[in-house]
Design a protein around this ligand. Structure first.
Ligand SMILES: [Cu+2]
Length: 137
């Protein structure tokens, strides 16, 4: 198992080192992205522990917070590090897919404020690719 994790990590390094949130292989992931869905659609997380998404599909996906789907006092969060939902949408559609987590890549985010977080995939929102993270202490 450790060997498999190591190989998966090595394969992804060159493609993802420039972005933030690079973590280990897909065996470490909490939420899978494939076929225009997040699995599980609702994930229960803990404050201070990273939540890891992996793209096991062939298309690129994003993990993008709904600005009106954040607990009070929580910061905006999205793959690509955008500061607002509008910036994330523009980054994807106007600037060549910024924020994309490509096939085989992982991305992680650590939640510091408990509560319910709603998020979506920019290119596949209309196909129903939405998810929820419920964070508790
Ligand atoms: Cu998607």
């Amino acid at each position: 198992m450790r060997r498999r994790t190591f190989l998966a990590t090595t394969a992804g390094v060159t493609a993802t080192l420039a972005g933030c949130g690079m973590v280990g292989g897909s065996g470490d992931a909490d939420i899978e992205m494939a076929k225009n869905a997040y699995l599980p659609e609702t994930f229960e997380a803990t404050v201070g522990e990273p939540v890891v998404w992996v793209n096991n599909g062939s298309r690129g996906h994003t993990v993008t917070a709904y600005e009106d789907g954040l607990p009070d006092d929580a910061e905006y969060w999205a793959s690509g590090g955008f500061e607002s939902e509008a910036a994330a949408r523009d980054g994807f559609w106007e600037r060549g897919g910024e924020g994309t987590i490509r096939s085989g890549e992982t991305w992680s985010h650590t939640f510091e404020v408990p509560g319910t977080y709603a998020y979506f995939c920019v290119p596949h929102e209309r196909a129903g690719m939405v998810g929820t993270v419920v964070v508790s202490e």
